[in-house]
Design a protein around this ligand. Structure first.
Ligand SMILES: *[C@@H]1O[C@H](CO)[C@@H](O)[C@H](O)[C@H]1NC(C)=O
Ligand SMILES: *[C@@H]1O[C@H](CO)[C@@H](O)[C@H](O)[C@H]1NC(C)=O
Ligand SMILES: *[C@@H]1O[C@H](CO)[C@@H](O)[C@H](O)[C@H]1NC(C)=O
Ligand SMILES: *[C@@H]1O[C@H](CO)[C@@H](O)[C@H](O)[C@H]1NC(C)=O
Ligand SMILES: *[C@@H]1O[C@H](CO)[C@@H](O)[C@H](O)[C@H]1NC(C)=O
Length: 952
């Protein structure tokens, strides 16, 4: 009943909207404003011809690009209320006639190339709420006249070349909340009058030429949350003690400001979450009062601080980063800082104490694994063997917090249609569902965190709820820290269970983002919209944006689309359920032109043979599931057991492509490669038939639930086998092949536990010499593969080399040693192992089920694995070197194999070995189901290829 009521309400609203639009269309633009727009157009340079319809007819009625108009009660005309010209490649200047747009609320020229100065006439537009001129080449000074804009809520002029002072008149901006003036050439003092702004939340003035002193009066602001003034020159001035009285402050960032004097007590700021006072000339000791418990980041590095490190940094539950590097602090290394931190998921802690005078370390100094403690350049590194042995004394530059990437879509999805900008949504619960996303360049301008990883989920929840989207509609393609530090992200917004957003949803999303109606949690600080990529929506978009819809009308349309989305999701659920039926009835015949080609050594099977082998594709015969489709165990008429990879409807390719793939596969023969037996290509069906691997995937045997754990010798032989298979692909196959998806679920084990590499679905031919015989070092391709195994260099550059397979294999080697998954509970295996390795104690990470091995074998194996996983492509070994080293390690194994069992293992002098006789492990195969996955990892039967699902 309630739902029906909602529908009625939406329907009525939609009707009202149509009516509203009709009324609007009967009007014309106020002549003064129409002329003003023509003048504005006249002084702009528009190389991409984005404003091509700006010379036709009336601005509001044929709807010029980027213009929104409204009717106001006082006259019969339409008035321009918004100018939205985000990132349109415009240069030229902003004409003074802009001051004639007397009803303008939004003036948005972000990320263009405007030059000249900001016209003072803007001060006449009293209706203005939003001025966003950031990211241009504007120069000149800030006009005093802006101070009279009583309704102005947001002024963003950051990233220009504006000089001169911050006008005192800004003290009259009584509605001002967001004052973003960073990255210009502003000079003079920060006017103390700004303290009068009753609503000011964010004052960003970093990277200017401002001089001191810092006004103590700012402490009188009633709502200031962020004060960021890094990279100015307040020479000689000190940090006002009064700042301890700003009750609302969340972030105080005064890096590199030539500040002197002592650090005042800041323990009175109850919500302080981020404190950066680095690169100044601060003296004296660190105040001993405890900072607020919400603090994530404390950077006091590169000052002249002396005395000891007080206990007040201990027990801060949210701390991510503390640096006191480059001071004159002495005394003991604190050992309880992490005492109140719960290290779960991606939670990490960096404690940088380098280059001080710390001279003692407690006898038991045991930081948790997720904490990085850096002591290089302290006397304690000369005096304490244990500090050195624990690996705390190596010189390390603290890089920016890690950047990251979203999950990748499974390669086995068939390509999306090409007629629009279709893509897979890797976050979607429906695998391989093609839809047209919107791209959003997004940046956290002044975040209150040092490491995003443990806040990613909160961000996803927060932002999607503000955008009225489901969480899975958001895909964070990647994020990277930039100078500031600012966090740059690329987001994709996907429609919910439909292939396309309707146009009013697009308008609404853009409106929410570009109108700053998205309110993120304070910890993320203000955001910037860097771009909004319409893709296939572009053709229709400008028309709709300027159709004069009021906010109320938009809300109505939104309500309507939500109803429609619910209806659509019901339809698509039914569609999905229908697809589950065993026999496909829809004929795709017309789509696939047939090429019946005979491939030597490969059998052709009919659909009936395949159905017969699998008991009509009975669920009980299914042994795996991937993006490409399901995998069944089958028994051919002659009794041979086979694995049958049956393409999902969406994965069907043209017969010609399919044949090419088979032809390629048929030429590969190696003891360590799964061989192709045959194929079926009939009536909307494509299947690949492989030899069956009774012992399933390597991953199955490494999982904690595995009944018979593999011993070291078996693991080493599996590593060697897999390496030889890959080496064959790189060097013997003609033409050479890069696997592109080496992972533990793609390494299968036959009845004798011989490793065989499977799934060349991702294979791309390696580069071949050109006419002159030169070999291109890489091929550029779209990034594909499985999260956790992806070569970071490949991800960044899209350049695929044989070393990308080496990286993935390195991850498999680490899995063999540790039993961990590449990404487990948000922890990255490479990082975990590296941390342990550097700390000198690897006993905690080696799989306790490895029953026999010598410490030398383990360390050589481990260092080989880590070499493979280096970020630098060139630093990784070639496959041939890997095979050679594994062979060398194998030769170290005692003939009887399991003689020594290591129960506690440490590198260095204190290594403890316990000899024991372990039961020799027999490998029975009877209990194992052969499982054969085409992609994804542990979730073989969930119905969702894990490679396509965001871990959340
Ligand atoms: C702006 O102009 C500069 C040269 O003046 C050019 O390098 C840059 O690409 C332009 N940016 C945009 C967004 O057009
Ligand atoms: C602002 O508007 C007033 C009239 O309202 C006009 O007299 C004045 O010239 C305008 N100022 C600018 C700078 O355009
Ligand atoms: C603020 O506005 C008042 C009038 O409303 C004016 O007298 C005063 O000069 C203005 N202050 C500044 C700093 O411009
Ligand atoms: C700490 O932060 C959380 C949210 O991030 C907030 O709810 C809480 O009030 C803050 N605590 C204090 C003491 O400010
Ligand atoms: C710290 O340095 C100041 C001079 O900057 C000096 O007066 C003070 O005695 C020093 N304190 C300690 C504990 O060394």
């Amino acid at each position: 009943m309630a739902r029906f009521g909602g529908f009625l309400y939406a329907a009525i609203l939609v009707v009202l909207c149509i009516f509203h639009v009709d009324v609007v269309r009967a009007q014309i633009t106020h002549p003064t404003e129409a002329n003003a727009l023509r003048a504005i157009r006249g002084s702009l340079i528009d190389p991409m011809n984005n404003l091509k319809n700006w010379n036709r007819g009336d601005p509001c009625t044929p709807r010029w690009a980027g213009i929104i108009c409204e009717k106001i009660p006082s006259d019969a005309y339409l008035h321009v209320t918004e100018l939205q010209l985000l990132k349109m490649n415009l240069s030229g200047t902003l004409a003074p006639e802009v001051g004639l747009l007397s009803q303008l609320k939004t003036l948005d020229f972000m990320w263009n190339n405007l030059t000249g100065s900001i016209p003072k006439e803007i001060g006449n537009i009293t209706t203005l709420k939003l001025i966003t001129l950031n990211g241009n080449q504007l120069s000149g000074t800030l006009p005093d006249e802006i101070g009279s804009l009583q309704n102005l809520n947001r002024l963003q002029i950051d990233e220009n070349q504006i000089s001169g002072p911050i006008p005192k008149s800004f003290a009259n901006l009584t509605s001002m909340r967001h004052l973003h003036l960073n990255n210009n050439s502003l000079s003079g003092q920060i006017p103390s009058e700004l303290s009068r702004l009753p609503e000011l939340l964010h004052l960003l003035v970093d990277s200017n030429n401002l001089s001191g002193p810092l006004p103590p009066k700012l402490a009188e602001t009633r709502s200031l949350k962020i004060l960021q003034a890094d990279n100015n020159n307040f020479s000689g001035s000190s940090i006002p003690a009064a700042y301890n009285n700003i009750p609302t402050l969340l972030k105080l960032s005064l890096r590199n400001c030539s500040l002197q004097g002592v650090i005042p007590d800041l323990s009175g700021i109850p919500q302080l979450g981020y404190l950066d006072l680095s690169w100044n000339q601060l003296t004296g000791s660190i105040p001993t009062n405890k900072l607020a418990s919400n603090i994530t980041t404390i950077d006091l590095s590169h000052n002249f601080l002396n005395g000891t490190i007080p206990a007040n940094f201990s027990g801060l539950p949210n701390l991510q980063f503390l640096s006191i590097e480059g001071n004159r602090l002495d005394g003991a290394v604190p050992s309880a800082i992490w005492s109140n931190i719960t290290f779960t998921g991606n939670r990490s802690l960096v404690l940088d104490f380098q280059s001080n005078s710390l001279d003692t370390i407690p006898a038991t100094f045991e930081p948790p694994k997720a904490a990085t403690v850096l002591l290089f350049g302290n006397p304690v590194c000369d005096s304490s063997n244990s500090a050195r042995a624990a690996g705390l004394c190596q010189p390390t530059s603290v890089n920016e917090a890690p950047s990251g990437q979203g999950p990748q879509v499974s390669i086995n999805c068939a390509p999306c249609p090409k007629d629009k900008t279709y893509e897979y949504n890797p976050s979607s619960p429906i695998p391989c569902f093609c839809a047209v996303p919107l791209g959003v360049g997004f940046r956290l301008k002044s975040p209150g965190i040092a490491d995003f990883r443990s806040y990613k989920e909160a961000f996803e929840i927060d932002s999607t709820s503000e955008l009225h989207l489901q969480i899975y509609q958001l895909y964070i393609e990647h994020y990277i820290w930039e100078a500031g530090p600012r966090l740059n992200m690329h987001l994709k917004l996907f429609p919910s269970n439909t292939t396309l957003f309707n146009m009013s949803e697009v308008v609404q999303l853009r409106h929410l983002l570009a109108g700053w109606e998205v309110t993120l949690s304070d910890i993320f600080g203000p955001y910037e919209l860097l771009n909004f990529t319409l893709g296939s929506y572009a053709d229709e978009f400008p028309t709709v944006v300027s159709s004069g819809l009021s906010k109320g009308a938009l809300a109505g349309i939104l309500a309507g689309t939500i109803t429609a989305a619910i209806a659509m999701s019901v339809v698509s659920t039914i569609f999905i359920m229908k697809r589950r039926s065993k026999r496909r009835t829809v004929s795709r015949r017309s789509l696939l032109s047939r090429f019946s080609v005979k491939v030597d050594g490969v059998r052709f099977f009919t659909f009936e043979e395949m159905a017969g082998a699998t008991n009509d594709f009975d669920d009980s015969a299914q042994v795996g599931q991937g993006g490409y489709g399901k995998v069944y165990k089958g028994n051919l008429a002659d009794g041979t057991a086979v694995a049958i990879k049956r393409a999902h409807e969406d994965s069907l390719q043209g017969s010609k492509e399919f044949c090419t793939e088979i032809e390629l596969l048929s030429r590969l023969h190696h003891r360590n490669l799964v061989s192709l037996i045959g194929y079926c290509d009939e009536e909307d069906e494509q299947m690949l038939v492989y030899e069956f691997m009774p012992n399933g995937t390597l991953r199955d045997h490494l999982s904690v639930t595995s009944k018979i754990p593999l011993n070291f010798s078996q693991r080493l032989h599996i590593a060697l086998g897999a390496s030889k298979g890959i080496l064959y692909l790189h060097t013997e196959a003609d033409p050479p092949i890069f696997h592109r998806d080496v992972k533990a679920t793609n390494i299968l084990l036959d009845s004798k536990f011989v490793a065989k590499v499977a799934d060349f679905g991702l294979s791309r031919l390696a580069p071949v010499p050109d006419i002159e015989g030169t070999l291109p070092a890489h091929i550029s391709t779209v990034v594909k593969g499985t999260p956790g195994y992806l070569d970071p260099e490949y991800f960044l550059t899209h350049k695929l080399t044989e070393k990308s397979d080496v990286y993935s294999l390195g991850i498999v080697l680490l899995e063999l040693l540790t039993g961990m998954k590449p990404i487990q509970h948000g922890k990255n295996i490479v990082r975990e192992v590296n941390t342990a390795y550097r700390s000198g104690d690897i006993s905690g990470i080696i799989d306790s089920r490895i029953s026999s091995c010598s410490p030398e074998c383990i360390t050589r194996f481990l260092s080989l694995a880590l070499k493979c996983c280096q970020d630098e492509t060139d630093a990784r070994p070639y496959m041939a070197e890997i095979v050679r080293e594994l062979d060398a390690i194998r030769s170290l194994l005692p003939e009887g194999e399991d003689l020594v069992s290591v129960t506690s293992m440490e590198i260095g002098s204190s290594a403890t070995l316990t000899k024991s006789t372990s039961n020799s492990v027999t490998t029975t195969t009877g209990e194992h189901f052969g499982s054969f996955q085409t992609s994804g990892s542990g979730r073989a039967h969930s119905g969702i290829p894990s490679g396509t699902v965001a871990p959340r």
